[in-house]
Design a protein around this ligand. Structure first.
Ligand code: MG
Length: 164
């Protein structure tokens, strides 16, 4: 049985994952406007993944008979102004998501909610991957520096991400 506190946190996590999708669409939009379609499609794929994360939690909560309430999804406060800050924003955001997942896991432990702990293990692994991917994009943009041809190659590479 999912503890009440954990159920509330999972509910909030649905919102956090949807907020992630919102952020990634914002980043995709920024790159699309710049003509960097590879980066744009990479972040669009990322947004899709975030929606699937929200769905996963939603499905789990439904199976557990938890109360679910959809809250308002907040948007980015500031406009994205350059490539590197866009990639850094994504990395910082993933670290924040990792912290949220860890908090839920810690609460599960306190409440002896072992089933949810097991459920969350997938997310713990996923966050390691998300942070790694986000860090890779930061590195790629840093490596490109002021070289337009390097940025073009980075864009081609980013566009090769397979659709989920
Ligand atoms: Mg996620």
């Amino acid at each position: 049985m999912t503890s009440k506190k954990v159920a509330k946190m999972l509910n909030e996590q649905i919102n956090a994952e949807l907020h992630s999708a919102y952020i990634y669409w914002d980043i995709a939009k920024y790159f699309e406007c710049k003509g960097l379609k590879g980066f744009a499609s990479w972040y669009e794929e990322q947004a899709k993944e975030e929606i699937s994360h929200a769905k996963k939690i939603y499905g789990y909560m439904q199976n557990e008979g938890c109360y679910i309430k959809f809250e308002q999804i907040s948007s980015l406060k500031e406009d994205i102004t350059d490539d590197l800050s866009a990639a850094k924003l994504a990395l910082k955001h993933e670290k924040d998501i990792t912290a949220l997942i860890n908090n839920i896991y810690a609460q599960c432990y306190k409440d002896a909610d072992y089933r949810t702990m097991k459920f969350l293990e997938w997310f713990i692994d996923e966050q390691a991957e998300e942070e790694d991917n986000a860090r890779e994009v930061v590195t790629l943009i840093k490596l490109a520096g002021n070289s337009k041809s390097a940025l073009y190659l980075a864009d081609v590479k980013m566009g090769k991400r397979k659709a989920a």
